[in-house]
Write a protein that binds this ligand. Structure first.
Ligand code: AMP
Length: 118
């Protein structure tokens, strides 16, 4: 993997703890430390470092698809699919991205407000 000095790189390498709830060959899922919904899990690539969605290339298409499908699989496993859930990926400043290793937020467990506005 290319250098990943972000917080999430440390979680991947188990240098700092996280509440891991999903793992496969490519993806790690763990609980967000500051949950914005009753269920708030982050899904990240384990073996490739992509700082933002804008840095992704066509060669990353399969990985990005796996990220979304991992969230859907976890949601089904937890019985969240019936009432539904939201997945979100923040890109850079205006979206409030704070960790520069791409991650998909899964939010569920309550009726969510509409999308954020300025
Ligand atoms: P973003 O704002 O999209 O970059 O999302 C980064 C997320 O990482 C935020 O929702 C934080 O609450 C979360 N976060 C920060 N540190 C940790 C940590 N040590 N373990 C789990 N989640 C974290």
């Amino acid at each position: 993997m290319s250098q990943n000095d972000t917080l999430f790189g440390k979680i991947i390498r188990r240098e700092i703890p996280a509440a891991i709830v999903y793992e496969d060959d490519d993806i790690l899922g763990f609980k967000d430390i500051a949950p914005q919904a009753p269920v708030h899990v982050l899904f990240i690539p384990k073996n490739v470092h992509i700082p933002t969605l804008d840095d992704a290339s066509p060669g990353d298409a399969m990985l990005l698809g796996r990220l979304v499908l991992a969230a859907a699989e976890y949601a089904r496993r937890e019985g969240l699919e019936r009432d539904g859930y939201r997945v979100v990926m923040n890109c850079r400043e205006h979206a409030g991205q704070t960790v520069f290793h791409i991650h998909l937020h899964l939010l569920a467990g309550a009726s969510l407000g509409r999308f954020g506005t300025p």
